[in-house]
Design a protein around this ligand. Structure first.
Ligand code: HEM
Ligand SMILES: *[C@@H]1O[C@H](CO)[C@@H](O)[C@H](O)[C@H]1NC(C)=O
Ligand SMILES: *[C@@H]1O[C@H](CO)[C@@H](O)[C@H](O)[C@H]1NC(C)=O
Ligand SMILES: *[C@@H]1O[C@H](CO)[C@@H](O)[C@H](O)[C@H]1NC(C)=O
Ligand SMILES: *[C@@H]1O[C@H](CO)[C@@H](O)[C@H](O)[C@H]1NC(C)=O
Length: 331
């Protein structure tokens, strides 16, 4: 009998905790909109697929935007807020381009038409990013992404805390650890550099005057240095775009070739080549370059990143417009 009572009271406590979690902690779960906006995934994909068909640049733009939003004060769409006062995350962060913000606005408008006041901007970013990664992989990758994020009410320039390209692997890892991401997650997420571009201005030091010398970065393949010096001459006015994945047949495709490239010292950013060189990460890079599970694992790492710093209904809101808070907020 005693056993029975304690089992029942454990069950009651468990159920109480469960409902508490449900009502006040905004736990992420698959299908969180199944009652309130059952077609949310179809609505989002419809707008995204159309936009991607005329502008495939949206995929790298949005994958980077998702990373920056999540790293700066959590995945709460605070990066989307237009500044009303002092510099905020949007004005302080690297310019993520009007196209990315316009796509989010278009998707959000459609969601408001079909399910008014229901789907958060933070979930919109997560779903749009997932769909773009899917499309940019040639539909080979598709991960399920849990929802239930609320939108943050604060966006401060001082919350922008992003790794720099010249940081060491271990210093970079410290920043990922703070966001509850482990070393493998970090290597997987840097696989985001399998698509998109950087610009000459950000790699000039590697090509000409690395680390206060008159030489290029010894970690970069000699032939690649030559090639990039042609594309990025010194004292040039134009700041050309350079593919982060130097495999010409897959520069715009989400796949594992980035890891093969960095193993051949053909990474573009210093941190990319360091990833393949550093004792801490080189085995993980080799496994990803040689394995065939990058797409599935990248998805899981994106899901994990997407759970960082999530707001609930006490600490956040469901914005009507992704560019401004419903009532007062610090942006
Ligand atoms: C860990 C340190 C990281 C550093 C230092 C870094 C740095 C950079 C830099 C400097 C650029 C080029 C920007 C430009 O020239 O306009 C870039 C582009 C990009 N990054 Fe990262 N990044 C990091 C991690 C990540 C992660 C975790 C993701 C996503 C999961 C990501 C996704 C991207 C994408 C997709 C682009 C291309 C953007 C475009 O084509 O417009 N990065 N990154
Ligand atoms: C940054 O974004 C603004 C629009 O928000 C655009 O007008 C400007 O050209 C962009 N700057 C750069 C350097 O890309
Ligand atoms: C990193 O996290 C992932 C997913 O949460 C887990 O599967 C993996 O074992 C972890 N790796 C290490 C090295 O801790
Ligand atoms: C840069 O140079 C310093 C000393 O001149 C050296 O200790 C350091 O390892 C170099 N950094 C890289 C990334 O090569
Ligand atoms: C380049 O990409 C193709 C297809 O996307 C892939 O099959 C090949 O292994 C890649 N090669 C290297 C060296 O990265």
């Amino acid at each position: 009998m005693a056993v029975k009572i304690s089992t029942i009271s454990t069950l009651i406590v468990f159920l109480a905790l469960l409902s508490l979690g449900h009502f006040s902690h905004g736990e992420l779960r698959l299908g969180s909109y199944s009652e309130t906006c059952p077609n949310v995934e179809e609505i989002v994909f419809g707008v995204v697929e159309k936009a991607f068909s005329t502008n495939s640049r949206l995929a790298p733009l949005m994958i980077r935007l998702y990373f920056h939003d999540c790293f700066s004060n959590g995945c709460d769409a605070s990066l989307l807020l237009d500044s009303t006062t002092s510099p905020n995350e949007k004005t302080a962060g690297p310019n993520l381009s009007v196209d990315g913000y316009a796509l989010i606005d278009a998707v959000k408008d459609e969601l408001e038409n079909k399910c008014e006041g229901v789907v958060s901007c933070a979930d919109t970013i997560a779903l749009v990013t997932r769909d773009l990664a899917h499309l940019a992989s040639g539909k080979k990758a598709r991960y399920e992404i849990p929802t239930g994020r609320f939108d943050g009410r604060e966006s401060l320039a001082s919350s922008v805390d992003l790794p720099g390209t010249q940081m060491s692997v271990s210093d970079t890892f410290e920043m990922f650890k703070k966001r509850k991401l482990n070393l493998t997650d970090m290597v997987l997420l840097l696989g985001g550099h399998t698509i998109g571009v950087t610009h000459c201005s950000l790699i000039m030091d590697r090509l000409y005057k690395f680390n206060n010398t008159q030489n290029p970065d010894p970690a970069m393949d000699r032939n690649l240095v030559k090639e990039l010096r042609r594309k990025c001459p010194e004292n040039s006015e134009q700041n050309r775009a350079i593919n982060l994945d130097q495999n010409v047949s897959s520069s715009n495709i989400v796949d594992a070739s980035f890891y093969k490239q960095i193993k051949s010292r053909r990474g573009i950013l210093q941190i990319d080549d360091q990833l393949a060189k550093d004792e801490m990460t080189k085995q993980i890079v080799t496994d990803l370059a040689e394995g065939n599970d990058f797409l599935a694992r990248f998805g899981q790492a994106m899901v994990k990143l997407g759970s960082y710093g999530v707001k609930d209904q006490d600490t956040g809101e469901i914005r009507t417009s992704c560019r401004s808070c419903n009532d007062f907020c610090t942006a």
